[in-house]
Ligand binder design. Sequence first.
Ligand code: FMN
Length: 397
Amino acid sequence: MTQPGHKIVMGVTGSIAATKSVELARLLAGACHDLHIIQTEASRHFVGEAALAAASGHPVASDLFDSSDTFAHLELARADLLVVAPATANTIAKMAAGMADNLLLATYLAAECPAIIYPAMNHRMWNHAAVRENVRLLGQRGVTVVPPETGELACGETGAGRLPEPAAIFCRIQELLGEKITGDLAGMRLLVTAGATREPIDAVRFISNRSSGKMGFAIAEAAYMRGAAVILIAANCSLPRRPGIRYVDVSTAAGLMAALESDIDNCDVLIMAAAVSDYMVSGKQTMGKLERKSKINLQLEKTDDIVSRLGMNNTSGLKVGFAAEYGRDKLERARQKLRQKKLDMIVFNDISRSDIGFESDENEITILTGSGRDVFVGKTSKAECAHRILDLVAAKG
Ligand SMILES: Cc1cc2nc3c(=O)[nH]c(=O)nc-3n(C[C@H](O)[C@H](O)[C@H](O)COP(=O)(O)O)c2cc1C
């Protein structure tokens, strides 16, 4: 995916988020970097050495006193970049204190290259004055500290402490190394929609749906990593944003339409993953708040169909739609949509299942193509689904 050559040392420490390190290692090694992983003793409770070695393409180092390689820490320190992801409160404290009682810490002290760390921990740990002070100190000494994301944590609590997704860390590292990301979508311009539109009832209430935008965001990120220029039209999404992707925020179906209209001519591929409201409230909405009554009648009217409104049947770019269906004949209904809307592909997902789709990090999809060849992608991460959709886009584009 990118020019060969950077030697990256990646420290993996004892956070529950260490499971994500395997995916990050796969991305970095896949981009032809010479990746060497140092695992702390505590991290072994969360991620296996074999998985990290397989993903990085090198044996994992962990022993400071390895008799076969006495000065391993000095050799490892001759890197282009040191990444610690995830970085525990413990390792951060030891880095700040200049301690060197394991291979990762000794390597950090001996390294003269840039260092980037990704703290990940419970939100109360992250907010502790000692952790904040250590992070500040490391920042002052030139270490790039990427703050954790806010969201649901592995312990079940909510707050700041989550390790960002491997794709986001990968993009940041590539940028730091000054790498131009190239791939099979290089030169392609993708326009992606994501999220759920909101149709106002009054100033505080609205009609919407359960789409979180995760699928569209996953597609945008995957396309960016594969070299595409990506614009993401986000309808009410509170998901982390990535450098390198242009985000356009919209709220209503009409807003989404306007955003599409202004960018449609500048794209080669349109992927419509947003769940656009089929109905909006008729007439002029009350600007204030409707009074609470025992009954209230709302008259709804259909929103414009995006494909016909934008005259997209006539545009030359590749068009990919989504069909969230349930009940009998669900696949057949998706197939009808593909034909009626003259799309090149439609991604079907079964919304009767609670373990996939809306709000979930996983999906199970069937990609219907005009050629009649269906591609089934069994239950997997939305990132993987995104790549499978883009494989077909790359093949057609
Ligand atoms: C289930 C479990 C999860 C943990 N998750 C984290 C975490 O996310 N972040 C953190 O800073 N420490 C976490 N810890 C504590 C560290 O594993 C512990 O401080 C350890 O000494 C870190 O060692 P290391 O920094 O050398 O890897 C966790 C401990 C347990 C038992």
